[in-house]
Design a protein around this ligand. Structure first.
Ligand code: NDP
Length: 382
């Protein structure tokens, strides 16, 4: 029986993970669940999965919930880092969104857990520290992001030297093919209508700007040890090929399935085994074509900024990430337009003096600085 903690169980990934687990209760036991503010859903999940402890953002809520359900409920950042390293769990699914997932992920890694990593932002901002600590503390990191899960499956058991490059596929998001003028008129409601994937709000906007792919380039660099010039991106609107690897003999391996996060979540949970039918069948005979195209980085420059940040290294990826989180939030609140998102990110990056990252505190300070800078830009321009 594998004992599982889910950080962010009330989110899109967390809910899908519980769906997978609910069909395999003989293999998996949920021991920890966490929510930010969706306490109603967390309470339902606690009743169904009976974890040994839970964590929420607010202290008063934690005390009240703990008394009502007769379970240990932790709170705040300290609660998240404690539950992430809980000694009675074997596997931690890191599925909190954004920078908030960094310290809990690091805590799970430093406790030597097997970590199913959905929270890409933690690798983006502190990839060297996380991967270094994973090696030091014996933690295995299994990617949950569908592209990285695909690459993980393609390179498994093969030498890094045999790989020529990796190709991350991108759906292109809801605005694929639009010009800048059209993009300027797009509202959060338009951007939240993703053609293929049903995801949380932040990643759906990142998908529309192509920043999601940019974050994934940096994530792939840390997970697999390839420099960003060996990581390419192709737009593949059908979202059937989840990514591919080109080997030095010029042959490719790709991983295909219907676009359903239950697939990569199930693979991370059961690795190296596979579960029976965690997602619907892919019927290739009903898919007329699989197409691939270069991304339009003039209209969607966030992807280029991520490559730049990856090459710069140090604190620059943390600055890119923080400015993006602030800009996406402002767009969702209708304070800025869609085309302002890359402008804010670039302005913040241009103002930053990069520092080397040896300690996590340097990342936390870069994040704080970049958020302040991006917020000031938004205030000035509104
Ligand atoms: P959601 O917005 O759906 O869920 C986010 C989760 O994080 C919720 O449980 C939320 O709690 C919790 N949370 C948010 N802020 C905090 C905080 N400050 N403290 C504690 N908990 C917090 O996001 P997704 O599930 O879509 O994404 C999660 C991660 O997985 C992201 O990093 C994303 O990039 C990655 N990912 C997601 C994919 C998807 O298909 N959704 C695909 C690949 C990667 P609550 O709702 O209770 O407030």
């Amino acid at each position: 029986m594998k004992r599982i903690t889910i950080l962010g169980s009330t989110g899109s990934i967390g809910r899908s993970a519980l769906e997978v687990i609910s069909k395999c209760r003989d293999r998996f036991k949920v021991v920890g669940l966490t929510a930010g503010s969706n306490i109603t859903l967390l309470e339902e999940q606690i009743k169904v999965f009976e974890p040994e402890m839970a964590a929420v953002a607010d202290e008063a809520t934690a005390i009240e919930l703990g008394k009502r359900l007769n379970i240990k409920v932790l709170s705040g950042n300290a609660g998240l880092t404690e539950i992430a390293s809980y000694s009675r769990s074997d596997f931690v699914l890191s599925a909190i969104v954004g920078f908030a997932g960094l310290l809990p992920t690091l805590s799970a890694v430093r406790a030597g857990k097997t970590v199913g990593l959905a929270n890409k932002e933690s690798l983006v901002v502190a990839g060297d520290i996380i991967m270094g600590d994973a090696a030091k503390y014996g933690s295995k990191i299994i990617p949950v992001d569908s592209e990285h899960s695909a690459i993980f499956q393609c390179v498994d058991g093969r030498s890094r030297e045999s790989v020529k490059r990796v190709v991350l596929t991108a759906s292109g998001g809801p605005f694929f093919g639009r010009n800048r003028e059209e993009l300027g008129k797009m509202t959060p409601e338009d951007a939240l209508k993703h053609p293929n994937w049903d995801m949380g709000k932040k990643i759906t906007i990142d998908s529309a700007t192509l920043m999601n792919k940019g974050l994934e380039v940096i994530e792939a660099h840390h997970l697999f040890g390839f420099s960003s010039d060996k990581i390419d991106v192709l737009v593949h609107p059908q979202s059937i090929v989840h990514s591919m690897v080109e080997f030095k003999d010029r042959s490719y391996l790709a991983q295909l399935s219907v676009p359903d996060m239950k697939g990569p979540i199930a693979y991370a949970l059961s690795y190296p085994e596979r579960l029976e039918d965690p997602m619907p069948v892919l019927d290739l005979s009903r898919i007329e074509k699989l197409t691939f195209r270069k991304p339009d980085t003039e209209c969607f420059p966030c992807l280029l900024y991520a490559y730049e940040a990856s090459k710069e290294g140090g604190t620059m990826p943390a600055v890119l990430n923080a400015a993006n989180e602030v800009a996406v939030d402002a767009f969702l609140q209708k304070k800025i337009g869609f085309n302002d998102i890359p402008v804010i990110i670039k302005d913040t990056m241009n103002s930053h003096r990069k520092e080397a990252v040896r300690e996590i505190d340097v990342v936390i300070e870069a994040d704080r600085w970049a958020r302040e800078k991006a917020k000031k830009y938004i205030l000035r321009s509104s």
